[in-house]
Ligand binder design. Structure first.
Ligand SMILES: [Zn+2]
Length: 262
């Protein structure tokens, strides 16, 4: 299952990087999602949508992406368009109609079309040849990720996922909702640390503070490895650093974990 999931993510990344190469994009500012869509036969319009953020309708080789009008910030709007383009390129043989909710646009785990479309969108907006050189050697932290999000015009969550993929340190991004882990993504090839899905947020973690209206730490702080990992094996020792922040007013928390094996 996990191998298939990784294969699907790889295929999604490859599809996005083909598009970047086709248009010889060499700067983040050149990634204009509406233009890339138009050149692929897909028109982007804004309009009213109830209960969803974006949708794609396909009719043979033409498509229309509709994004919810009045999207709060351009990073989210761009991500929505890029996500629907992901469905356009990856899922043509599966469905002619995709309706995507806010939750779908935040889904980065499991074998499903939404996580694949998000992987496509992340690679399209933060292509490896442009993102890796500026991400590889910087110290993990949420302020750093925010700077990258500004540079690439992307959302904090999608940028955090790409940070974990391309930074040289062993980091994990965790997305929690209502004091439970929703999903997490670790750097590929990282050791066998494991977070259970729907795991309760531990009271020793910085994320717990965020859920209980504590003041978020301004930098990474050391937490006990037990506060995140339930499968620690005897004899292996880790230092775990964490920084967490609440996303808006909702009970959603994004955590960045930096794991150093002793
Ligand atoms: Zn979708």
């Amino acid at each position: 299952m996990l191998v298939k999931q990784q294969d699907n993510y790889s295929a999604a990344r490859l599809s996005a990087s083909r598009l970047i190469r086709r248009f010889a994009i060499s700067q983040p500012e050149e990634i204009v999602v509406e233009d890339l869509a138009m050149a692929s036969g897909v028109l982007v319009v804004e309009g009213t949508l109830h209960g969803s953020e974006a949708r794609l309708v396909r009719k043979q080789d033409k498509g229309i992406i509709r994004v919810k009008s009045g999207a709060p910030e351009s990073g989210r709007r761009r991500f929505s368009v890029a996500h629907e383009l992901g469905h356009w390129f990856l899922h043509g043989d599966v469905s002619q109609f995709h309706v995507c909710t806010e939750g779908d646009l935040r889904n980065y785990s499991g074998s499903n079309q939404e996580a694949e479309a998000n992987t496509f969108a992340s690679e399209l907006l933060m292509p490896t040849p442009l993102f890796k050189p500026v991400c590889w050697d910087i110290e993990p932290g949420i302020a750093t990720i925010k700077k990258l999000a500004d540079k690439f015009g992307t959302s904090l969550t999608s940028t955090a996922v790409r940070f974990v993929e391309e930074n040289k340190e062993n980091c994990i991004v965790v997305f929690s909702e209502n004091s439970q882990v929703s999903w997490w993504r670790a750097k590929e090839g990282m050791s066998d640390l494991w977070i259970e899905s729907h795991q309760k947020i531990h009271s020793d973690s910085a994320a717990w503070e965020c859920f209980h209206d504590g003041i978020p730490a301004t930098k990474m702080q050391q937490v006990s490895a037990n506060s995140w990992f339930t499968n620690l094996r005897y004899g292996k020792r880790f230092e775990v650093y964490e920084q967490s922040m609440k996303l808006g007013k909702l009970p959603l928390v994004l955590s960045l974990l930096w794991v150093i094996e002793e």
